[in-house]
Design a protein around this ligand. Sequence first.
Ligand code: PRT
Length: 97
Amino acid sequence: MAVTDLGEVLAEVYQVVLERKAALPEGSYTTYLFTKGQDKILKKVGEEAAEVIIGSKNQDKSEVIYETADLLYHLLVLLGFHEISLEEIALELLNRR
Ligand SMILES: N=c1c2ncn([C@@H]3O[C@H](COP(=O)(O)OP(=O)(O)OP(=O)(O)O)[C@@H](O)[C@H]3O)c2ncn1[C@@H]1O[C@H](COP(=O)(O)O)[C@@H](O)[C@H]1O
């Protein structure tokens, strides 16, 4: 796998997210989010989106990159919460081309 392929990295992290949801291992931040529930996950998505906006307003590319990674991870947790596959998102995007 080319480690710089975003789709493949997202798929790999999403697989871990789904494993965490199924097993709820102690000490896992993903477990913490799933245990807290939907409102906590939604709050994190909102916070991370706001941090992307702040990074952008600061004209700070490295901040935008860091916060975008945080946002994508939390979106993966939200997709995991709803059991939406990455293929469903890919199809939605493809249908818009
Ligand atoms: N990509 C991520 C990832 N990005 C961000 N985070 C966590 O998201 C949190 C965001 O930081 P914040 O300061 O906003 O939140 P916090 O104060 O720690 O927590 P809150 O009380 O606000 O919820 C941090 O605790 C980060 O560790 C992530 N946690 C996990 N992953 C991926 O998920 C995998 C499984 O992680 P665990 O579930 O922890 O085993 C990891 O191997 C990674 O690939």
